[in-house]
Structure formats: structure tokens, C-alpha cells
Write a protein of this length. Structure first.
Length: 365
């Protein structure tokens, strides 16, 4: 299908009175299209974000560089991360000291266990001795009951100290695991943090230079594949109702002033851009894009309707109520017509005007 832009000139064939002209309609190609502007975008394009905060110590790639998955792109240095690591290391060392074989906390509890065990053994001996004395009537029941109470209390105290030791030891173990995890995270982020590519592709853009501050979750580069591209178009909200997936798009890219590209509408987004009062429409190229550059500015026409042989007249000749004044051998008369394809200056007469043989009379003001 031809993509040339057609410009039609109607030659006055007959001068009439009162600044009127008469012309014949023409049969010619006519296209109705919706204007859009936008950019060329790589299909597999993604933004690279920093997971650390600091200053850019090394910039290892330049715009246009080819990279592989896992290649280093930037190195971030962070005093804040070093401080976080030192604090995590101090917490880990303290937790290990409390949990290790020389733990002062556990040693104190072990000492309490030993003390309560020694007292329990002593009270147990007295309890057994007084039990024998009671059986031989060599002591009183009250003395026996006192010794039994001492033994029961010391036995309970021994069990309590052992339980306290086990609970404390288990809690210290949990503390070690928690601070160990925090140390691992801080270690990964400590001092120098390397940002790597997640895909094979080309560096389309870098946003930071050496020495600049980089915030956590800030975009630092755009990477993508330079083999597949699509169009991101902005269509006026008043025109979007006429746009449908699959429609042809005729594209003019500023970087290629002498070439026309073709694409087809692939997606229409449902949300309006309130600032621009436009709707985003995506379109896929139907032919290769030379050069492989993302971000190229463009203008486009989304083809709504077109016809190779349309009966065309100037819009100025169309009267209110979709009627025309025609001049025939029988005289001047007014007829009703049905519009077809329309452009800014021209309109197709789909019905009501049978041929190019009739002169159309209209006011040329």
C-alpha cells in the first residue's frame, strides 16, 4: 500500500458571478488519519536501580556499550553502609561472646546451678539421716518435717536454675542467628556495592557520573536489546475513540528525514495522561529499524480509513446539511450527498454524486 502523502489541487474551470467558482470532483487516493507523536522504545528495555546509597566510585560502562548478564556497571561507596556493617559486627561479636564457651552470662548461670546442686545434695543427706532417726524414735516429727522441707526447696531451686540456664542458652542462640543474618546483609552492602546488569543487551543511557550521589532505589541506567523496537505514541483524547488495534501507522522519525516507516497499533492504554490530555498507544514496527537507537522522536499518522479511488471535493464546497450545488446542462440545482473519508481540507462524496462530469458551484471565500 502506498504511503505517500497526497496533495490535491482543484483547478477552477469556470468563473461565476459573486465570487463563485465551478469545478469538477476528482477521483484520487484519500486517507483519513489521526495524528500522534512519540518515541522509539526498545522492547526489552529496563531501568537499572541502585540497591545501595552512596557516591559513585566507578562508572564501568558508557552509553552504547554492549553488556552481558552479570557484567559490572557501577561501584557505589557508602560511609553509611560501612557504619551499618560495623554496628552489625559489634552486635554479632557481643552475641557470640554471650553464647560461646566463655560466655559470662552462661558461666554465671552454671555457677548458680552448681551452688543449688551442692545445697540440694547436702539437704538430701540430712533428709535421709533424719528419716532414719525418725524410724528409730531418735528425733521428733517436727525436726524431720523441717529437713524434708529444706530438701524439697533445694531440689526445686536446682530444677529452676537448670531451666533458667536452658532458656537463656536457647535465647542467646536465637540472638546469634538474628545478628548473623543482619551481619550478612550489612556485609553485602558494606563499603563498596557493585551494580550488575541483569540481561544481555546495550546500555542506552546512563544517568550518573563518577563522584555523584546515588540514592537507594534510584535509576542509574537504561539497558535493553537493540534488535526489537516499538512505538510509544501520544494520541489526543478526542481522537482515541477512532483508534483500533491492527490499524496501520505511517511513521516519520526525525533521525531519518528521508524515510517513511510502517507499524501497526498493538495496544491502547485505558488511562488518560491528565497533563497532556492524551492516551498512550503502542505500535509494533512491520519492518526493521536501522541503527538501533532507543528514544528517537517521531511523528505518526494512524490510518483510520483510506481509499485508492475516492470521489473528492474541497470541504469548502460542501453546504450545511451535506448538500452541494451543481451545474449541469439542465441548469443549477442542489443535491443531497453522503460524506465518506474526510481530511482537513477535503471530503469524499460516498453517495449522491455519480461522476466527475458535473460542475460543483461554491463560494470561494
Amino acid at each position: 500500500m502506498k504511503s505517500s502523502l497526497y496533495f490535491l489541487f482543484f483547478l477552477p474551470l469556470l468563473a461565476c458571478q459573486n465570487n463563485q467558482e465551478a469545478l469538477r470532483p476528482q477521483v484520487k487516493p484519500l486517507m483519513e488519519a489521526v495524528y500522534a507523536s512519540g518515541f522509539v522504545v526498545a522492547k526489552d528495555e529496563y531501568e537499572v536501580f541502585s540497591q545501595a546509597e552512596g557516591y559513585l566510585a566507578e562508572k564501568l560502562v558508557v552509553d552504547g556499550a554492549e553488556v552481558r548478564r552479570g557484567d559490572p556497571l557501577f561501584v557505589i561507596e557508602s560511609d553509611q553502609q560501612s557504619s551499618r556493617y560495623r554496628l552489625a559486627k559489634e552486635n554479632y561479636d557481643m552475641a557470640m561472646s554471650n553464647y560461646g564457651p566463655d560466655s559470662p552470662v552462661l558461666e554465671e548461670l552454671k555457677s548458680a546451678i552448681q551452688t543449688s546442686r551442692t545445697k540440694m545434695q547436702f539437704d538430701s543427706l540430712n533428709y535421709v539421716r533424719y528419716s532414719n532417726l525418725l524410724r528409730s524414735n531418735a528425733t521428733t516429727r517436727s525436726e524431720y518435717d523441717r529437713m524434708k522441707l529444706l530438701y524439697d526447696n533445694s531440689r526445686n531451686e536446682y530444677a529452676l536454675q537448670k531451666s533458667r540456664y536452658e532458656k537463656t542458652r536457647n535465647q542467646l542462640y536465637i540472638d546469634v542467628q538474628n545478628v548473623k543474618s543482619q551481619l550478612q546483609i550489612a556485609s553485602n552492602e558494606s563499603g563498596r556495592y557493585t551494580i550488575r546488569s541483569q540481561v544481555d543487551g546495550k546500555v542506552f543511557k546512563t544517568m550518573k557520573e563518577k563522584g555523584e550521589l546515588v540514592r537507594r532505589n534510584e535509576a542509574v541506567a537504561v539497558i535493553g536489546k537493540d534488535s526489537l523496537f516499538y512505538l510509544e505514541l501520544n494520541v489526543d483524547e478526542l481522537d482515541v475513540q477512532r483508534v483500533r488495534p491492527g490499524q496501520e501507522v505511517i511513521v516519520k522519525i526525525d533521525a531519518y528525514p528521508d524515510k517513511i516507516f510502517h507499524a501497526r497499533v498493538s495496544k491502547i492504554y485505558p488511562m488518560i495522561n491528565k497533563q497532556q490530555q492524551s492516551i498512550r498507544v503502542d505500535a509494533d514496527f512491520t519492518e526493521p529499524l536501522p541503527g538501533g537507537f532507543s528514544g528517537l522522536a517521531l511523528e505518526a499518522n494512524i490510518v483510520i480509513r483510506q481509499k485508492e479511488k475516492a470521489l473528492v471535493i474541497p470541504k469548502a464546497a460542501l453546504l450545511p446539511g451535506d448538500s452541494l450545488t451543481i451545474k449541469t446542462p439542465e441548469g443549477v440545482r442542489k443535491i443531497k450527498v453522503v460524506r465518506g473519508i474526510e481530511t482537513l481540507d477535503e471530503v469524499e462524496i460516498a453517495e449522491g454524486l455519480d461522476s466527475v462530469g458535473s460542475f460543483i458551484v461554491y463560494d470561494n471565500h
